[in-house]
Design a protein around this ligand. Structure first.
Ligand code: HEM
Ligand SMILES: *[C@@H]1O[C@H](CO)[C@@H](O)[C@H](O)[C@H]1NC(C)=O
Ligand SMILES: *[C@@H]1O[C@H](CO)[C@@H](O)[C@H](O)[C@H]1NC(C)=O
Length: 545
């Protein structure tokens, strides 16, 4: 039955749509707070509103367009004329991420996707469950813990370097073209395996690793350019129906998601079983796996994880901890390939740091890495302009009032400086949009310019939002990315290792580069989206003097 629903079922769909529309119209009559007076684009259809454009476009395209046309708070349409908001206003975002606490829950249909991909872990949870789970996980991700992972990142970086060097050495012109995206994905998988679980996936060592194959293309397959029928189903079906679909549908994307889920569960189980005894006896202590196993054994209900939750956290860390870092690294390396002068200056900083510390770049310490200001500027600028997670989907849990950075003029001509919204209103926090906000980042917010982070300035622009450079790349508030320090050290290490050893050059294929929106922003090539993530760069050895 659910197969039928997912395959463009014209008659059923219309009948179903009609019922929902009637129920919805009734609901709207009794819902007094309205945001229909906020300016925004015309819906492209009554059934789906603006959602196809929002979910099928490349990352940021609708956000930037509407930001330009309507400002930082835009009314968009959901199904059947439902009003939603697309927000890049700093003050409103601060309210949603920070001030409101759990006042903005995640969209249920989006958490269902999280559940299928990662189980009922931290990315799925909300409210009290989230609070408990987060408390258990936090000690594994502090500043000292994250610094202690640097040697692991360096080991993985060295393995990548060795393989690239071999391939380049055996090519006639001493240059190789790599799909950098898959190499980075394999590197970050090995890093997370070793750092979080003391486990060697061997993703770099064996190209046809079964586990990596399952993850490859997972995001683009399950979330890239969803067809209209999927968008429709996701928006209007109740969660129990979506759950049935996730469980039984034979659609390729859901089969892929289930296959990966089963494999990841099996790996998580095997990992825990092989280590549980030793861990419970106190060996290993603060690493992430032992935290989880101990929490499962805890007598205290406030710090206990069920067995299902323990495996879900492991799957969450595996996916959230490898795909986001790999894709963020892709955009860093792309910008470096496109801007040779930036690349050279960064390489010069690496060489200067080697001289001043007396250490090889492959053995820099956390403070060596933190002392490199140009490296910091490059990473911040790349993560500003290419946030791996570009949207955050939230829903007001009660009638509420959004504060605004600057007043908006409603369609009736009224100027308002805060916006009342009804319980249940769905908002899209546009991270991509905020990070190009001209009032915060300046008139050149659309251009890649690491220089902006090196200017001396006391004046702080905009409210406090994020943990890193005041960006929302790692979200903010109680749902800030738990792995942000981990990610920064991993990116510092990999960037230093790669730029120290190699020169990156663009390829002509980059003309077809897409910012594919699949919950994370993956690089793909136009016309080859179904092949998954792809970033073709030319690589040769960097000169040493
Ligand atoms: C550059 C790399 C990364 C980026 C851009 C990133 C971004 C984000 C963002 C935006 C969120 C909030 C998502 C939401 O609320 O829906 C998040 C949450 C999360 N991230 Fe990351 N992340 C990165 C790396 C990592 C790493 C390396 C790990 C683990 C080792 C990790 C683990 C998590 C977890 C567990 C959450 C859920 C936190 C919660 O809801 O309390 N992330 N990340
Ligand atoms: C997790 O806790 C449950 C309930 O106490 C227990 O039955 C199970 O064996 C534990 N799992 C592991 C892997 O320690
Ligand atoms: C908001 O709406 C939800 C779902 O309709 C309801 O369960 C909840 O009690 C409402 N919250 C408030 C504060 O009215």
């Amino acid at each position: 039955m659910f197969e039928i629903l997912t395959q463009q079922p014209k008659a059923e769909m219309s009948l179903f749509a009609l019922c929902v529309a009637i129920v919805y119209a009734g609901y709207r009559r009794y819902c007094r707070i309205s945001i229909s007076h906020v300016p925004g684009p015309e819906p492209e259809s009554f059934f789906l509103g603006n959602l196809p454009e929002i979910f099928q476009s490349q990352v940021g395209a609708p956000d930037f367009k509407y930001q330009c046309q309507f400002g930082d708070v835009v009314r968009i349409k959901g199904p059947f004329g439902e009003d939603r908001l697309l927000i890049s206003d700093p003050k409103a975002l601060q309210y949603i991420f920070h001030t409101s606490g759990y006042g903005f829950l995640k969209w249920p249909e989006r958490t269902e996707i999280s559940r299928v991909l990662m189980g009922r872990g931290l990315l799925w949870a909300d409210g009290e469950i989230h609070k408990r789970q987060r408390k258990v996980m936090l000690p594994g991700f502090g500043a000292p813990e994250s610094k202690a992972f640097i040697p692991i990142f360096q080991k993985v970086g060295a393995e990548l370097t060795a393989q690239w060097t071999d391939i380049i050495a055996s090519s006639a012109d001493q240059t190789a073209e790599f799909n950098v995206a898959t190499w980075l994905s394999r590197s970050t998988m090995d890093s997370i395996g070793e750092a979080a679980f003391d486990y060697h996936f061997g993703a770099l060592a064996q190209a046809d690793n079964e586990f990596m194959k399952a993850y490859f293309g997972l995001m683009s397959d399950t979330l890239g350019s969803p067809p209209r029928s999927t968008i429709f189903m996701q928006t209007i079906l109740p969660i129990w129906a979506l759950q049935l679909m996730s469980k039984y549908s034979r659609r390729r994307n859901l089969v892929h998601a289930r296959h990966t889920a089963n494999l990841a569960n099996a790996v998580a189980r095997a990992l825990v079983e092989s280590k549980a005894d030793a861990l419970l006896q106190g060996k290993g202590n603060k690493d992430i796996l032992s935290l989880l196993v101990k929490a499962n054994a805890s007598e205290n209900s406030a710090t206990r994880l069920t067995e299902e939750e323990m495996f879900a956290q492991m799957r969450t860390i595996l996916l959230a901890g490898h795909e986001t870092s790999a894709t963020s690294m892709c955009w860093v390396l792309l910008e470096l390939a496109r801007h040779p002068e930036v690349q050279e200056r960064l390489r010069a900083e690496i060489r200067a740091t080697e001289l001043s510390t007396g250490r090889k770049a492959s053995a820099f310490t956390a403070s060596d890495l933190d002392s490199m200001q140009y490296l910091a500027a490059v990473l911040k600028e790349s993560m500003r302009i290419h946030p791996a997670v570009y949207h955050n989907y939230r829903m007001a849990a009660k009638d509420d009032v959004l504060p605004l950075s600057k007043p908006i003029r409603t369609t009736s001509g009224e100027l308002i400086s805060s916006l009342p919204i009804a319980n249940g209103t769905k908002v899209i926090a546009s991270i991509a949009g905020y990070q190009r906000n001209k009032e915060v980042f300046g008139e050149d917010a659309d251009t890649f310019n690491p220089e902006r982070w090196l200017r001396e300035t006391d004046e702080k622009k905009g409210p406090t939002l994020g943990v890193y450079a005041n960006l929302l790349t790692f979200a903010g508030g109680i749902r800030t990315c738990i792995g942000w320090r981990f990610a920064i050290h991993e990116m510092q290490t990999l960037t230093v290792e790669i730029i120290n050893n190699f020169e990156l050059l663009p390829t002509s294929d980059l003309a077809r580069l897409r910012r594919e929106a699949c919950l994370v922003m993956l690089p793909t090539l136009e016309g080859e989206q179904e092949k998954g993530e792809n970033l073709p760069l030319k690589v040769r050895l960097a000169a040493r003097d």
